[in-house]
Design a protein around this ligand. Structure first.
Ligand code: CTP
Length: 407
């Protein structure tokens, strides 16, 4: 979605400007061309040189060219307004937000915003009291009324030491918000209750060892994040992974398949859509050793672990489902379509997302995926290599349709 796109990154004078440097890198890594525009005061926080180096483009700060440059250059804000596919202001200070609301054009960035033809996203970031101030809240509401996408700040410890909302979200969350806007994604899952599982499960052998798999949890987390951005009420049941919880997602951490099974079961009745993206371990040691198993206790150099099969979470819920829409994943390395179809019908699923980890750009750990969506009516749609955030939106488009059909 971002490949070859023209992104204008507006940086205003907040301490979070340091995070915007990482944002430039994320955009560039996704294949976008980035033009950084700063307010003069933003240069107090991060130098234009840093942004110019990362974006490989001259940073624009001043409305008027220096005396040694041609005077005709001053209409650059108009040219740039036509160049952009999307503009995101991150961080956006209370001051710049207020100016945008009033239609002021007193520096290059605010002039550009007035001339803009492409979608605008604004990520407010400031201290908690400035953010909570009635004027700021009214201004943010007015941005929304005008169709500007507001990327809400996160709550937490702020640079001042105060705690509350005002923190700029991490760069990947901002990049995903831009992806959504470019893809024309809307809040079409408002208040829908979606349950997502993600990551591997770990089945303990002894206090330090386990049976597990290579799942990173990225696909499931991308699904939970995208569903929340589209307005859903999302619960994410996560196996042991090291990923941050996406904004506005309720997270339940589990370790074993049995724990995941119990957690899913507790949530299932109040759920409208279940997406099982977790790579649940199929086998667990039949008993867990109380102490670490010693190498010298293993006879003849061969250690055998007796395993039992874990509950098949999707299968048991397929038998129990009433109104729920159920989506599974299939990781296949041979005879892919046939095996995936078997799982679709055997587990009474509405959709199965099949991926083959051998295809370049697919599978565990990668930021991209290559999948085929198989529906209950037999249709198979191949989705070419895309960022997991974009694959997540494709799957959620199906969810929207399935929810529409089930009303
Ligand atoms: N799944 C599950 N419970 C399990 C194993 C898998 O709910 N114990 C879910 C996964 O989350 C996934 C789907 O079932 O959505 C398919 O998982 P997969 O491991 O590919 O299928 P299995 O039925 O375990 O078949 P196999 O491992 O033999 O391919």
């Amino acid at each position: 979605m971002l490949e070859g796109k023209h992104i204008i990154l507006g940086v205003t004078a907040g301490i979070a400007a340091y995070k915007s440097t990482l944002l430039v890198r994320e955009f560039v890594r996704a294949g976008a061309h980035v033009q950084v525009v700063m307010t003069p005061a933003a240069a107090q926080f991060v130098t234009p040189l840093t942004f110019a180096t990362l974006s490989r483009r001259e940073v624009i700060l001043d409305m008027f060219p220096p005396p040694d440059q041609p005077a005709t250059q001053w209409t650059k804000h108009i040219e740039l307004a036509l160049w952009g596919d999307a503009m995101v202001i991150a961080p956006a200070t209370a001051n710049t937000i207020a100016k945008i609301v009033c239609g002021m054009a007193d520096n290059f960035l605010t002039s550009l915003v007035l001339a803009l033809r492409c979608p605008l996203l604004v990520a407010p970031s400031m201290d908690v009291d400035m953010y909570r101030n009635d004027v700021t809240q009214q201004n943010i509401a007015r941005l929304r009324e005008r169709g500007i996408t507001v990327i809400e700040p996160e709550a937490g410890e702020l640079a001042s030491g105060l705690v509350g909302p005002g923190r700029l979200p991490e760069p990947p969350a901002i990049v995903d918000a831009v992806r959504d806007v470019l893809a024309g994604v809307r809040s079409d899952l408002q208040d829908r209750r979606i349950l997502v599982t993600a990551g591997p499960t770990h089945e303990p052998i002894d206090p330090v060892r386990f049976i597990g798999n290579r799942s990173s949890g990225k696909m499931g987390f991308a699904l939970a994040a995208a569903a929340a951005r589209r307005g859903a009420t999302v619960t994410l049941i996560a196996g042991p992974v090291v990923l941050p919880t996406p904004p506005r997602v309720r997270r339940i951490d589990v370790v074993t398949a049995r724990e995941m099974h119990d957690a899913v079961l507790r949530e299932f009745d109040g759920t409208e859509v279940l997406i099982m993206a977790a790579a649940v371990a199929d086998f667990a040691p039949s008993s867990v050793a109380a102490e670490k198993i010693k190498r010298e206790k293993v006879a003849g150099g061969i250690w055998t672990i007796d395993c039992v099969t874990n509950p098949d979470i999707l299968r048991s819920l397929g038998e129990r489902k009433t109104h729920q829409i159920m989506i599974g994943f299939a990781l296949e390395t041979s005879d892919e379509l046939a095996h995936a179809r078997q799982k679709l019908t055997g587990k009474r699923l509405d959709l199965i997302v099949m991926n083959n980890p051998k295809v370049p750009g697919a599978g565990f750990g990668s930021d991209t995926n290559v999948v085929t969506l198989l529906s209950a009516d037999g249709a198979a749609v191949e989705i070419p290599r895309k960022a997991k955030a974009d694959v997540a939106n494709d799957i959620l488009d199906r969810v929207v349709r399935l929810l529409g059909a089930s009303v």
